[in-house]
Design a protein around this ligand. Sequence first.
Ligand code: ZN
Length: 262
Amino acid sequence: MSERLTPDSPVATKVFPSPNHGERRDGCVPDILLLHYTGMPDSGEALQWLCNPISQVSAHYFVFEDGRVLQLVPEIRRAWHAGVSAWDGDRDINSRSIGIEIAHPGHPGGLPPFPDAQIEAVIVLCRDIMERWRIPPQRVLAHSDVAPGRKQDPGEGFPWQRLSEAGVGHWIPPAPIRDGRFFSRGDQGMPVEALQAMFAMYGYGLRITGVFDEDTENVVTAFQRHFRPARVDGVADASTITTLRDLIAARSRGGAAGLTVA
Ligand SMILES: [Zn+2]
């Protein structure tokens, strides 16, 4: 197929084509917006990697530190950024998402703050994509949300609050951290089952087993990175559980999610 010369989004300055893409399966259209960091010290190298056929990875958009945006893969095509992943019962996240790679050194680079210009560009790009594809705020997700055991990006330093204030993503102020009952690795029983059911209800790919196992710890950690970043330790403390409960309540009040509570 011939490469397009004009980006799908007016926010992108140009097309910088990656060969790493395929057809979206089962007629899927994008209804998830997935945010990543590159996790490499050099943005130029990260960009080259996403365009190298050897890498077998890509994203639809790439956002430089200074806010410049390139389009690597046409939005109608399936880019290869999510890998083994799950959300809200779906496992082929690449077929139903648009992926944005944000140039950032990530956890290996010590999680420096994201530059203002870069976050501004991410916001404008997300808003444009959400509007054109009618993606609801609660389906703007972190890579770590859909692949909790494997991925940490875009990390607990990512300014989700700022994005949500601009209409991008679903977020509420986290409940304060204080003493109280908590659940951690090895705990079992009905309360753990109820906790797992809440995470699954919000969308996380978690089996309800009644045992606080490694998968549960990974999901709690992913949740904290996104929604309660002050402490990311995989322990389901009162603040984490309250924040999750309030998020679910806020989402059903919002009505846009189509969440049905029996
Ligand atoms: Zn990622």
